[in-house]
Design a protein around this ligand. Structure first.
Ligand code: PAF
Length: 278
């Protein structure tokens, strides 16, 4: 597996595969690779001849009081996992390859990025849309794959790629979960042993709320029940539990088609997010 540090080398590598008639998938990550990321690689290799994993802890998507400095980093371990999963290359650029001195440009996706994660974490989606547009332009893959665990992020990236005419397919991959329902996340490493026992309550609460909506309970009532269940389980704060249309992200007023339940809540120093289709 090639370890690539510069956008020039990345372009050359991708161009050489393309000249040989091969297709290329890209799986952007911030490292701390787990089974969820590796499922993206496997999906990439089902859909393309080559897969390139990327590792870049993007400073522009962290708020001033967030965990940029302490975000888990294990480059050698991540390289080994990407290689075992079948990546042909990993792109792990230094900050100057992404944000050169004098860098001034941002990509803002309006509307769908202003609710939920966007409201709780100002600037987050601008940071994500900016770095992902750059990674896509640097690599020019045929397909790029992102996890549905970050469903709103996936929607923002799809919208950004469509609006900027980026010529690649953006594909979502199903959330990978622990046996007790907890969605895999690099930030789960922050959970203490006791918090790890409590953490699956978030998924359990949204599963129960989804079932309630399916049985005809009003979305607002089901979401409120889920909020209470999550706090009763031991979470300190619920940022949101919302039932919305999964394309427009408008709040659902009645049980109906195309709905999804989205949740974010804090447990100790860890902020967990999850979502499921209803
Ligand atoms: O989901 C992530 O890991 C990040 O937000 C992404 C898409 C790699 C952009 O930095």
């Amino acid at each position: 597996m090639d370890i690539i540090r510069t956008k020039a080398d990345l372009r050359n590598r991708v161009n050489s595969w393309r000249s040989a008639g091969e297709t290329v998938a890209l799986t952007p990550t911030m490292g701390a690779i787990h089974e969820g990321h590796l499922s993206l690689v496997r999906l990439g290799l089902e859909r393309a001849d080559r897969c390139v994993g990327t590792i870049f802890v993007n400073p522009r998507q962290f708020g001033p009081n967030e965990d940029f400095a302490t975000y888990p980093r294990d480059e050698d371990g991540d390289f080994a996992k990407f290689e075992t999963a079948g990546c042909s290359a990993v792109y792990a650029p230094g900050p100057e390859e992404i944000y050169a001195p004098g860098y001034k440009t941002e990509v803002i996706v309006h509307d769908i990025s202003e609710v939920m994660e966007g409201a709780s974490r100002p600037g987050f989606f601008t940071g994500v849309a900016t770095v992902v547009s750059k990674l896509l332009i640097q690599a020019m893959p045929d397909i790029a794959i992102f996890g549905e665990k970050d469903y709103q992020q996936l929607a923002v990236i799809k919208t950004m790629a469509r609006d900027l005419d980026l010529p690649m397919e953006i594909l979502g991959a199903p959330t990978v979960r622990e046996a007790d329902g907890l969605a895999l996340s690099s930030r789960n490493a922050y959970l203490s042993t006791d918090e790890r026992q409590i953490a699956p309550a978030l998924h359990a609460a949204i599963v129960a709320a989804a079932a309630a909506v399916q049985s005809g309970i009003a979305p607002a009532v089901a979401a409120e029940q889920a909020r209470k269940a999550v706090l009763a389980a031991g979470f300190q704060q619920v940022d949101y539990i919302d039932i919305r249309d999964q394309d427009s992200f408008e709040t659902a007023t009645d049980p109906g088609e195309n709905l999804r339940i989205f949740a974010a809540a804090k447990l100790g120093s860890c902020r967990l997010i999850d979502n499921i289709g209803i």
